[in-house]
Design a binder for this molecule. Structure first.
Ligand SMILES: [Zn+2]
Ligand SMILES: [Zn+2]
Ligand SMILES: [Zn+2]
Length: 167
């Protein structure tokens, strides 16, 4: 890590002697290429990202651990990896699985969606006076998913019967 002297030519006219020369400095995917500008004692460095993009980053964001580490492609790559792993997210609560079906992340979101979709009416006996439960046709423990196709909207009585038949 070197400091520019005031006598090192054109750059020195731009870089005050208190500013560190970060040329060639790497932070994550970014490498400082040249000083872009400086204002209020803060140097802005023109950087090249490993992906090929150019960005201008403030010097202290290039030297801090929590600073800027890419042109934004790091986040985009993380997002892409998540999509590849989880499928296309429709919203925070559900994601697409094969065949365009929607799988809910939580039991709660799934049950709400099932009741919204099928209505609060027992699919076994038709009772609708009580708040229905949502039962997994294919048990969760056996790999059943939180999909509408796997939801059985059922009154508490029928739900009990269902679990007595197949605990
Ligand atoms: Zn990049
Ligand atoms: Zn019922
Ligand atoms: Zn159940």
């Amino acid at each position: 890590m070197r400091f520019l002297s005031v006598c090192s030519g054109i750059e020195a006219a731009v870089v005050s002697r208190h500013m560190r020369d970060l040329t060639g400095h790497r932070n994550g995917r970014l490498v400082a290429v040249a000083l872009d500008s400086s204002k209020a004692g803060r140097a802005m460095w023109s950087c090249r990202c490993d992906c090929g993009a150019s960005v201008v980053v403030q010097s202290n964001n290039l030297t801090r651990d929590a600073g800027t580490k890419s042109c934004g492609c790091l986040r985009a790559d993380a997002q892409r990896a998540r999509l590849a792993r989880d499928g296309a997210w429709n919203d925070g609560k559900s994601y697409a699985i094969g065949g365009g079906a929607r799988c809910y992340k939580t039991r709660h979101a799934w049950a709400k969606a099932a009741i919204r979709h099928y209505g609060n009416k027992c699919m076994r006996c038709g009772w609708s006076a009580a708040r229905c439960d949502v039962h997994h046709k294919h048990p969760k423990a056996a790999g059943g998913l939180h999909t509408l196709a796997n939801a059985l909207v059922i009154c508490p009585n029928c739900h009990r019967v269902e679990h007595e038949a197949r605990p």
